[in-house]
Design a protein. Structure first.
Length: 596
């Protein structure tokens, strides 16, 4: 009798696996998919499920042999499934294998009555890439994730539907999926989960000299992100010196359930790691809006309490859960904590760390430009996608471009675009409330210096820069410039003649501001901005002073003239003594002259 295709597949799997593993199949989207499973004796009901995915060009049997988790499953009583990828690979961009995982969960719930709230997903190499992919797709199905030696090679967004616990294991000598890029993914999920940015580090973990364990704790709903750094290990699952990767995955994952019997709370504003910059010579008073999301599956939220530096800021008993924290933030670190309590007395908390810095003369807004990224403090929007820095490993859309042509006017520039042409949609803003920077300016005279080009606009397209009061939305200063240089849609092109600009403005009182660059309101209008600096131009920060006399314009087409004494105070232009005259040209150029 001729074997059916399904029977052939099962026969092939059974021939290659240990007798303790069972081969099975399931129909997903009209396709028969196969997997191996390990079910301990006397399993019982409502037990956990661990799904472990193989690497590219490997298979389910090989993954089982490398992970060596069956003895752990016997003791802890959980089901383990090793899925088989189509052509020994995984769909890491779509839903083909996501649906496979969901089908496996349904099948295990039907066959073994597993606890749907305690399902865990792991994978090696491409299986690890798939594990990361599932974080954004099915976080409501998976209680914890455990990628091994794999991450999305093209970068990723950190947009899971809930905070996700993660343990990532990786060898520092991995020559297939380099260890050097792991940290950017760890940082992204640490920020998404609102974990502490500074990890607790354990060297010689469990007596193994090659293992350093980094734990980013205190995240939303008790989540942690853990990095197991395996010194000298290559592209394989590490099981030596008494530390087994499978054991560590189970030890971490088993702490988590989708049905944690506490409220869920997360800070939405500000993000953890936010920096509060004050431009001046003393500490400024920041007013921060603090916003949280809080829900409870078991009962209603009774209250949400907000704490800053250990002191109660305020309590809110109904949504929206928001308060304003106003104080002079001394230089250094500050803490924020939000606690949600439900009517049954259950509670959960989320924390964030803030740092306060004082900049006296100059703040370099492009200091963190990195090719392929959106820097911390910046938010970009192209009409379809909003990117909140810090982001890395971006290959398209709004991002920092590295220029390599010779000659060139700058090395790194932030590219922005307006895909649909709608008003104000193509932009990059520094200091937006959703970013990791707040900017407070104290009374002084300021200059916003920047360089701007077009990217792919041979006919030239105007760019507008605005300094805006972050509290009221009032525009403090603005100018529109049509760049004199177009790079030509390629980072290898030579270019010169970029527009170098200075936007001058004065403030008479403390003011929170954000700084934005906007493309024209036309489809695919674009810009590349570079060398962005905010400078106090009173006496403590004045630059390029030249000797001169009143009325000596030196062929300078003057738009405005301001005069200051040596204390930085505005004075009449006829004042006697040594003063500083600031002349702004009609083309935006600034000239400062010492007058006697």
């Amino acid at each position: 009798m001729k074997l059916q295709v399904k029977e052939v597949l099962l026969a092939m799997m059974l021939a290659a696996v240990p007798v303790s593993l069972l081969a099975d199949d399931i129909s997903v989207g009209g396709t028969t998919r196969t997997y191996l499973k390990y079910v301990p004796a006397d399993l019982g009901e409502n037990r956990p499920l661990l799904i472990s995915c193989h690497g590219m060009n490997q298979d389910a049997a090989y993954q089982s042999g490398m992970l060596k988790i069956e003895s752990v499953a016997d003791t802890a009583k959980f089901v383990t499934v090793f899925p088989q990828g189509v052509n020994k690979a995984w769909d890491i961009s779509g839903n083909t294998d996501v649906d496979f995982v969901k089908a496996i969960i349904d099948k295990m719930a039907s066959d073994y009555k597993i606890d749907r709230n305690r399902v865990y997903l792991s994978g090696f190499s491409m299986g690890g890439m798939f594990t990361y992919h599932c974080m954004n797709r099915i976080a409501d199905y998976i209680a914890a994730f455990a990628p091994i030696s794999g991450y999305p090679m093209g970068g990723m967004e950190f947009t899971s539907s809930r905070p996700v616990p993660i343990i990532h294991t990786h060898g520092t000598a991995d020559d297939v999926v380099p260890f050097s890029r792991v940290q950017s993914f760890i940082d992204g999920w640490v920020a998404r989960n609102h974990c502490n940015a500074a990890p607790k580090v354990t060297h010689n973990y469990r007596g193994a000299a090659h293992i350093t364990r980094h734990v980013y704790g205190s995240g939303d709903n008790g989540t942690e992100v853990v990095l197991m750094e395996m010194a000298g290990k290559g592209h394989w699952i590490s099981n030596d010196n008494g530390v087994l990767t499978g054991d560590e995955i189970w030890r971490f994952c088993s702490r988590y359930s989708l049905d944690m019997k506490v409220p869920r709370v997360s800070l939405s504003v500000p993000v953890s790691g936010t920096t509060l910059y004050t431009m001046g010579t003393s500490v400024g008073e920041h007013s921060l809006r603090i916003a949280a999301n809080a829900v409870s599956d078991n009962s209603a939220i009774a209250k949400v309490a907000f704490y800053g530096d250990g002191k109660l800021i305020g309590e809110v008993t109904e949504a929206p859960y928001e308060v304003v924290w106003t104080k002079k933030f001394s230089k250094g670190q500050h803490s924020l904590k939000v606690v949600a309590t439900d009517v049954d007395g259950g509670s959960a908390y989320s924390t964030a760390s803030l740092s306060s810095l004082i900049k006296v003369g100059q703040l370099n807004l492009s200091a963190d430009f990195l090719a392929g990224g959106v820097p911390s403090g910046w938010v970009t929007f192209d009409g379809e996608e909003r990117r909140i820095g810090k982001k890395t490993n971006l290959a398209s859309g709004c991002r920092v471009l590295e220029m390599t042509g010779t000659p060139r006017d700058f090395d790194l520039g932030l590219y922005i675009r307006n895909k649909n042409g709608q008003a104000g949609e193509g932009h990059a803003v520094y200091g937006d409330e959703t970013s990791a920077v707040r900017l407070l300016l104290t009374p002084a005279n300021y200059s916003l210096d920047y360089t701007v080009c077009n990217w792919n606009m041979a006919a030239a397209s105007p760019v507008t820069v605005r300094v805006t009061n972050a509290s009221t939305g009032e525009i403090v200063a603005t100018e529109t410039v049509t760049p004199s240089c177009n790079i030509g849609n390629s980072a290898v092109n030579a270019f010169s003649g970029a527009s170098v600009r200075s936007l001058a403005f004065s403030l008479g009182s403390d003011m929170p501001v954000n700084i934005g660059f906007y493309t024209a309101d036309a489809p695919w209008a674009d810009a590349v901005i570079a060398d962005v600096k905010l400078i106090r131009t009173d006496i403590t920060g004045i630059r390029d002073v030249e000797a001169g006399v009143t009325g000596d314009n030196d062929a300078f087409d003057v738009r405005s003239v301001e005069c200051y004494d040596l204390g930085g105070r505005s004075v009449n232009g006829n004042s006697r003594g040594v003063t500083i005259e600031r002349r702004t040209g009609k083309d935006g150029r600034i000239k400062t002259i010492k007058r006697i």
